[in-house]
Design a protein around this ligand. Structure first.
Ligand SMILES: Nc1ncnc2c1ncn2[C@@H]1O[C@H](COP(=O)(O)OP(=O)(O)OP(=O)(O)O)[C@@H](O)[C@H]1O
Length: 227
């Protein structure tokens, strides 16, 4: 058996050490000019309330500093989609039970789409068929004003996810939801429209204890911050 001599080992270590010392880690934000621009929804929701702890989502928490909510959530893993969405040969249903275009007059570009997915504590175990009928009237009124933004809970390739509380206007019921907000202009620009519609359709229709159900989806006009 060939044994590596101590001298050879030392040489290998030296080569390895030289190569490693030349490795550089690029700064996190060096890849694009303004990647967070697509994830800034302050014009829609205003500044987020301070709530550093998920169990204490009260906006009136006195101890938090502004940076806790103005900053982004801790990103554990960044994904980047390089694919171009599903093939257009799949015809997607337009008559989604929970989908409503709040602002039909707005142009596609510049609108912001929000989707509310039942969070863990939201009641998503009701019978969907009867729920559809029950909620039809409710759905016609659903929009951003019906949700109180509590905190940012995540960021994906296409949008930011907020923890929100549904307001109990008419005694219909409130609850904690996850609201995913995406910029339609970015989705269109990146050719991800079919992908987003497929995700919306699938999450609306699939009822499974391991898959969050999409309860509402709506779009609003983007209010640009022009100074
Ligand atoms: N219903 C939810 N309940 C709790 N957290 C959620 C929920 N939906 C999303 N999140 C959090 O927000 C993050 C971003 O979600 P999002 O759906 O935008 O992207 P993703 O599924 O992680 O990745 P991709 O954008 O590649 O599909 C998730 O990784 C998760 O941490």
């Amino acid at each position: 058996m060939n044994m590596v001599s101590a001298a050879q080992k030392k040489t290998l270590h030296t080569i390895l050490a030289t190569k490693l010392s030349k490795l550089t880690i690029p700064p996190a934000n060096s890849s694009s000019s303004s990647p967070d621009q697509d994830f800034d929804f302050s014009e829609l929701f205003g500044p987020l309330p301070s709530s550093p702890h998920p169990k204490d989502p009260s906006p009136s928490s006195p101890s938090s500093s502004p940076s806790l909510f103005l900053g982004d959530p801790q990103i554990i893993h960044n994904r980047s989609h390089s694919f171009i969405g599903p093939s257009p040969r799949f015809t997607l249903s337009k008559s989604l039970p929970f989908h409503q275009d709040i602002d039909d007059s707005g142009s596609e570009s510049g609108e912001i789409e929000g989707e509310s997915e039942g969070g863990e504590s939201a009641d998503i175990n009701t019978n969907r068929v009867s729920q559809e009928a029950e909620n039809r009237e409710e759905v016609s009124k659903i929009g951003p004003v019906d949700f109180e933004i509590l905190r940012v809970i995540g960021k994906g390739a296409f949008g930011k996810v907020f923890q929100v509380r549904k307001k109990d206007w008419n005694g219909i019921g409130d609850g904690i939801f996850a609201m995913k907000v995406m910029r339609k202009d970015t989705i269109i620009k990146n050719n991800h429209v079919d992908y987003m519609k497929a995700e919306r359709d699938i999450l609306t229709k699939v009822v499974h204890p391991f898959i969050v159900q999409l309860r509402y989806s709506f779009q609003v006009k983007c209010y640009s911050n022009q100074s």
